[in-house]
Ligand binder design. Structure first.
Ligand code: CA
Length: 222
């Protein structure tokens, strides 16, 4: 899953990015409203969630959000508001925010809200994703097969996480690249095949199918 963090305060931006990366997300950071609008306005490959500070230079967060929504971008957005500013919360929700958090906040709570946003956006009610004997706990990032913990690298985890959020659907290589790498990462489409090959070795056989010329599909027994 790939997340855009929009925050002009450098220390907080770095803390947010670090915390979300630690939770297994690929994270891009924008430091002003104009940059944020541009980065979040990608129709073909939208972010899985956006954390948006409202007080931003060049273009304020509320205007950025309104522009995305006016253009039909439905990416889940969590806004960060100043302490006790209920006007901002109401205006933000009216402008199309899916959730809000007042500063200062605990990173734990931010991560929980981001997880919930992504889960709801993709139609999952449970915090645990399941595919046959494989279980992925979106809170802890823990993956088990028949109850036994599976050791995965960060990229392997992101590939599996994305496939489990889209089980049964064909996921193209481009989708995977867009959702497992941050923007500034040196992307090499061949590496996706490497991650898939490694996952296949670690997972029960037959779970990840290749759809020739289209991509991959996670097939869950039962
Ligand atoms: Ca700010």
């Amino acid at each position: 899953m790939r997340i855009l963090v929009v925050e002009d305060e450098p220390t907080l931006a770095a803390q947010l990015a670090e915390s979300l990366r630690g939770a297994g997300y690929a994270v891009d950071v924008a430091h002003d409203g104009v940059e944020a609008h541009f980065m979040g306005d990608d129709e073909a490959q939208p972010y899985d969630a956006i954390v948006l500070d409202l007080g931003l230079p060049r273009l304020d967060g509320m205007s950025v959000l309104a522009k995305w929504r006016a253009a039909g971008r439905s990416v889940p957005v969590l806004i960060l508001t100043a302490r006790d500013n209920w006007h901002d919360k109401v205006a933000g929700i009216d402008a199309g925010a899916d959730d809000y958090l007042s500063k200062p906040f605990h990173m734990e709570e931010l991560r929980a809200r981001v997880r919930a946003l992504i889960r709801r956006a993709q139609g999952h009610a449970s915090v645990e994703l399941e595919c046959g004997p494989v279980r992925l706990d979106t809170r802890s990032g823990r993956v088990t097969v028949d109850g036994c913990a599976l050791a995965l690298t960060g990229h392997e985890f992101r590939v599996l996480d994305y496939l489990m959020h889209h089980k049964g659907a064909i996921v193209s290589r481009t989708d995977l690249i867009e959702h497992i790498y941050a923007q500034d990462f040196d992307r090499d489409s061949n590496t996706v095949e490497v991650f898939i090959a490694r996952l296949r070795k670690k997972l029960p056989p037959g779970l990840i199918e290749t759809e020739r010329g289209l991509g991959y599909r996670l097939v869950c027994p039962g």
